[in-house]
Structure formats: C-alpha cells, structure tokens
Design a protein around this ligand. Structure first.
Ligand code: SGN
Ligand code: CA
Length: 699
C-alpha cells in the first residue's frame, strides 16, 4: 500500500515537472531549468590575449584551456564598463551600470535590488562566494562568503566574513581556491544544486606572484606588441595624456619590485612610497623569497640602467612576467577545481564550469597597462564554459555576447528566469544548439570613472562585428572615434572625421541612439556643454527652469563661468530625488584659477578654490564644504520632513572674508579659503545623489 502511494506520488510529481518545463517552453535538448551546479571562476584583469585558448603569444594556460577544449569559447565577449566594481555589479544583476547604480569603483552596490545569487538561493541553490568582491556593501544572497576588503592584498590578505575580518597567512590565489574547495567538500548543503563564485584578485595590480611562481619566465624574452610605441596620431588628445603608460606610469619599486636605495626610499613619490608597507605585510620568510627572486636581475639593472626605449622594453618585460606569473597561479587554481570535479564524477556530470574575468587589460598595446577604454584589449572579456555531456565541446561561439548575459544564463539554467529583468540575454540558445537566430548585432559600452586614477575620459559607444564608434562626451573632451576593426584591428586609425566613412558613422550613431533607448541609458547627457567644467557627473539635464543633476561620485559638479565675479548672493532651490542611497545638493562656487594651473585640455582647480554649500538632506545638515567635498568648513543641523525642496542662499562677504549659508531656517558660516579671490565659476553639485535645482539667482 505504502509503495503504491509512493509510485502514485512520484508519477504525479513527474507529470508536474513535465508540465512546468513545457510551460516554460522547453525544447528538446534545451538546458532550461536543468538546474546544474555552477562553478564560476572570475579573475581580475585577465585579458583574453593572455590565455592560450585565445591564441596568446605570451603564455600557456593549460588548465583554463581545459574548459575551452571540453566546452565552448566565446570569441567575442565584452564588458559594458571596463572596470572592476561595475563589471561585478553587472554580473550580479544582468544590468548595465546606469541601471544597477554601480558606475565607478567606490560606489556602493545596492544589495537590495534583485540579483542572480539571491534568485538562485530562492529557488533552492546553495550559494557561496570567495575572494574579490569590491562592491562595498556586504554580499547578499550567499550561504557562505569570505571576501577581500576593497582591492585586497596578495600576501597574507584579510578576508571579510559575516563573523568579521580575519587575516590569513598565504597567497591570495591559493587561499581563495582552498576556501572554494573546502566549501565544495564540507561547507555546502549537499542536497542542493550549488553556485560557487571563486573570484580571484590575480592578476590585478600590483602583480605579486605566489612564491612557487616567482621563477617562471626568468630567461624568456616575451614578444612585444606592435603598438607599444603608438603615437596616438588620429585619436583624441587624451589618449596621449593618460596615466597608464608603461614608460612613465609603471613605478620602479611599487610595480616592478626594484628594491629602493636609501636615497630613493627617502625621495619616493606616488605609489613607490608604499614599498615599505608592501614589504612589511609579508612574513620574513615570504619577503626573503620574494626579494631573492628579483635580486640578480635588479643588480644587473642597477649596474647598467637602460634608458629611453630600452627602459620601456625593460619595464614591459618585468611587468608582463609578473602579470603572467600571477596568471599561472590562477591557472593552477582552475586546475585544482577541475581536478576536484574529475574526482567527483557524479557532481561533475551536473556541473557547468565557467571561466571569465571582469575585463581585459592592456599588455603594452598603445604603450599602456590598465583598462577603462573601449579599445579591444580591455573591452573584451574572456569567457569559456564547459558542461561535458550536455554542452557540445570544442566549439567557438562568434556571436557578440556581454557580461549582461551571465545572470540571465544562470537564471535560465536554474529555472528562475523571471527573477530579474536583465538587459542581457540568456546564452543558452548559443550553448544548447537552439541556434542564434535574431541574436544581437551590436554591444553597448559606457565608462564613467573620469578624472580619477589613470585619467580616462568618460565615454559610451557601440561595437558591431566590424565597427566601433565611441563618443567622448565631457566638456574637456567632446569628440568621437570610429574604427574599422576589419581593416584596422589595432585601432590606430580614427575614421570619425574621414569623409569616406560618413555613412558608416551615421548608421552607427543611429544604432548607438537605439541601444541607449533600448537600455534606458540617459546618463552621459551633460546639458550639451552648457557647463564647461564638470566632474563625476552621470547626467545633467534641463528640468523646468533649472537642472536635474545626477552625480555618481563624491563631490560631482557642473560649473559655468559667473558673469558677476563680485556676486554677494547666490541662491537656488534644491529638491533631492529619491533612488540613490544618499540625498544632497550643493551650490558649487569656484574662485578663479589663481591657485590652479591650466593644462592643454583642462583647468585644474586646487582644493580650497572651490566650495560646496548645501544640504545633506538625509543627514539633516546644512554644510559648507571645501573643494574635496568632504572637509566640513561648517555644519549645522536643519529640520527636514523627508520630502520637498529647500531654498539655499549663499552669501559671500569679501569684507569679513566669510561665506554664509541659509537654508531650512538655519544659518552656517565659514571663513573663505585663504586663496579665494572672486566668484569665477558657479554651478550645481551633489555626492552620489540625484537632485533638482532651480536656475541660480546671482546678485
Ligand atoms: C587600483 C589600481 C589601479 C586600477 C584600479 C581599478 N592601483 O586603483 O591601477 O586601475 O585599482 O582596478 S593599485 O596601485 O591600487 O593597484 S579595478 O580592477 O579594481 O577596477
Ligand atoms: Ca578588474
């Protein structure tokens, strides 16, 4: 009787499952709702052209290649914003940066929004993440997590866990792998399918290899990219003014591990000043092994220091070798995970393994290291997937795919495809043979972290199979670049102003508009140049008789010249728009550039020559802030009901050298900075907030 009941029950269940899967439109061979385990290995800054499966001229990555050999390799996979935090936020949400709100490093990820790990957890997956996170807020949607604070350290890293912070001795790649395998072995609920996100810091700067990899590539001369000595002739001037040049921006100590002399240590500038801290973090034994590995070469360098192009070549070799040594560690990690699966065939047969990296990287191309540009080397992301028995292996997928597609893919596999509303598309049709009919013909890109480290201007763009059109939209660089990737794969000839390319450019501009509409991206609209000085703005648009401003950083602003430099009163009415975690608005005043300097394409205003005067609504403070938008020159409490607008009146009194602010019934006063002369620039500002301002009243 009992067994009959069982039979009946299981029959009923089988029917139910069949019905649901048909209802979801499952076709034969389809992988929809097959609920495999997912092992997602995600490294940091690993360019596809440093993977042998992608034809690297530089290195062999035998274990990563195992994924491509037994599975598929995506030949044209791209990120939507070539930066760490933004790419990770996109992987979690399936959304481009403007929509998930994480547009530049330093933003705080809104973990309350729907995410892929949360959805997988909801449908019964065991979930865990180990290693690099870089999203500021605590991970959500994971049964187990241990993540690096911020960028993390290579040696003896701290890990954040729900129980707090712990420092663990060892190299970060090995430790992250060990945590992942420990969780597979003992940590997870074995009844459930699982999502494991194993996210390496390597091969991110400062490229410190593990002890066992220090000896690799020692006597090897690595091939040099054709564009190492690019003259940037047809590109925007900023391409020649970055801070990512092998020649001048790779630091001898910090980046290249040439031990400083006493004199150098005393005079150390920039990152080189961090050398002692880096060394102190290691144990004595680690430090001795590390330094010994470079000593002989360093001594040769000292005896006969190269100059000019020879120095660039020397720096490139040292940089690339360390980068590749870090990759050797990542490759070993992948091997350990694959070996673990091989040793557990029952689990392996239900497991999708994915390898990718948050973006690519320049390995000397255009004379650069780092990323950020929409140029191929860093725009392209490696992506490989294997699921033996279920995904036909040995294939290369040529379609244009993007990191917005990862979340929808994993969700469709888990049968949770409605849990998020992604910008991306599930990759399953490309994997399970359903075909690629109607696949996208273009990918979209938008980089925001302008006027920050490495100095790459904000830009958005479109890439089709053959062309790429880039729009740089800031006042200091308002320009276009167009490349024919077939004729010019190295992107050396900007055709944006080439008469013969006029039609192509027009079509691409049209496609770019369409993509921006499709993804609902209105950021990158900076009021058509009405404000010749901006920084850290996602958007400034006309709204009523004033402007609506979205600042995606601390102290974002838009300023225009002030027609009345002896102005006494500057006033506006400001209203915060809810949505972002912070609510604030500021009148921004800039003294003239007496204490600044003019560069070829931008005016640098030093701290002190700028003032932010306004209201932190959520904190209920009336503030006068220095030019860094952090230092409080005055701060008084105000009453604010939680909605509505506030009129802010700023009074400059040159006689007493003071600035006064009135708003919401309160008054704040501060001394004008010592270098203050007159009101040369006026405008609006905010810090990670969106705010509406009425037109400025200036008297
Ligand atoms: C750090 C690095 C930069 C790098 C950013 C962003 N400097 O600031 O070189 O561009 O991270 O990288 S470091 O000296 O601190 O390493 S990202 O991958 O996290 O976006
Ligand atoms: Ca990165």
């Amino acid at each position: 009787m009992r067994s009959d009941l069982w039979l009946l029950l299981s029959l009923h269940f089988a029917l139910l499952v069949a019905r649901t899967t048909t209802a979801q439109g499952q076709e034969p061979g389809s992988l929809t709702a097959t609920r495999p385990n997912i092992v997602f290995v995600f490294s940091d800054d690993h360019a596809a052209h440093a993977i042998s499966a992608y034809g690297s001229r530089l290195c062999k990555t035998p274990n990563i290649d195992r994924i491509a050999n037994d599975g598929v390799r995506f030949a044209n996979n791209f990120c939507g914003n070539a930066l760490c935090g933004p790419s990770r936020a996109t992987v979690l949400t399936g959304l481009h940066s403007h929509q998930n709100g994480f547009m530049r490093n330093g933003n705080t990820f809104d973990g309350l929004q729907p995410t892929m790990p949360k959805a997988l957890q909801d449908v019964g997956y065991a979930t865990a993440i180990f290693g690099k996170w870089h999203l500021e807020s605590e991970p959500q949607g994971f049964d187990r997590w241990a993540v690096l604070p911020d960028q993390g350290h290579y040696y003896n890293p701290d890990f954040l866990t729900p129980q707090g912070k712990t420092r663990i001795e060892g190299h970060v790649t090995d430790l992250t792998t060990a945590m992942a395998i420990e969780w597979l072995e003992h940590g997870r609920d074995a009844q459930k399918p699982f999502l494991l996100m194993c996210q390496h810091k390597a091969p991110h700067r400062e490229w410190m290899p593990a002890p066992q990899d220090l000896g690799l590539y020692r006597d090897v001369e690595l091939p040099v990219p054709d564009t190492l000595f690019d003259d940037y002739r047809t590109r925007i001037p900023e391409a020649a003014q970055t801070e990512m040049e092998i020649q001048k921006d790779l630091y001898l100590q910090y980046d290249l591990f040439v031990e400083p002399t006493d004199a150098e240590r005393k005079a150390a500038k920039g990152p080189d000043a961090w050398w002692d801290g880096m060394m102190k973090r290691m144990t004595e034994g680690q430090r001795a092994t590390f330094l010994a590995a470079y000593r002989e070469e360093n001594e040769a360098f000292r005896r006969n220091p190269p100059t000019g192009r020879a120095l660039v070549q020397w720096k490139l070799q040292r940089y690339l070798k360390n980068y590749l040594r870090c990759i050797a560690g990542v490759d070993r990690s992948v091997g350990q995970l694959l070996d673990w699966l091989d040793a557990h065939p029952d689990i392996k047969k239900n497991t999708l393994v994915v390898y990718s990296s948050d973006q690519g990287f320049f390995l000397g191309e255009h004379g650069y290291y780092d990323k950020r540009w929409m140029y191929e080397e860093c725009f392209r992301m490696p992506l490989m997937m294997q699921w033996p028995g279920r995904i036909e292996g040995g294939r290369t997928i040529q379609q244009l795919t993007q990191n917005i597609d990862f979340a929808p893919t994993f969700l469709e596999l888990a049968g949770a495809q409605n849990a998020v509303q992604p910008h991306g598309k599930s990759l399953l049709p490309l994997l399970d043979g359903r075909g690629a009919d109607g696949w996208r013909d273009a990918v979209y890109y938008h980089y925001y972290e302008s006027q920050a480290t490495h100095r790459v201007p904000a830009h958005f763009g479109v890439r089709t199979e053959r062309h790429k059109l880039i729009r740089y939209y800031e006042p200091h660089v308002d320009a276009w670049e167009l490349f024919d990737l077939q004729q010019d794969p190295n992107e050396l000839r900007n055709l944006a102003l080439d008469p013969a390319s006029r039609d192509v450019r027009k079509q691409l501009e049209q496609r770019l508009v369409e993509l921006r509409v499709e993804y609902g991206d209105t950021t990158g609209d900076l009021a058509a140049g009405a404000f010749p000085r901006t920084a850290g703005l996602a958007r400034i648009q006309r709204a009523g008789d004033g402007y609506r401003v979205w600042a995606n950083t601390q102290g974002g602003f838009a300023m225009r010249p002030c027609a009345k430099p002896d102005a006494r009163t500057i006033a506006t009415t400001m209203r915060p728009i809810p949505g972002l975690p912070q609510q604030n608005g500021f009148v921004v005043l800039g003294s003239n550039v007496l204490d600044g300097r003019e560069g070829p394409s931008r005016i640098v205003v030093r701290d002190g020559a700028r003032l932010f005067v306004g209201v932190a609504f959520a904190r209920k403070r009336l503030l006068i802030l220095a030019g860094d938008a952090r230092t409080e020159l005055a701060s008084v409490p105000v009453e604010w009901s939680g909605d509505g607008a506030a009129e802010v009146v700023v009074t400059i009194d040159r006689q007493s050298s003071t600035v006064r602010a009135n708003a919401l019934g309160a008054t704040a006063t501060a001394q004008l900075p010592g270098t203050w002369r007159e009101v040369a620039f006026v405008g609006y500002g905010a810090s990670n907030a969106e705010t509406e301002f009425s037109d400025l009243r200036i008297e």
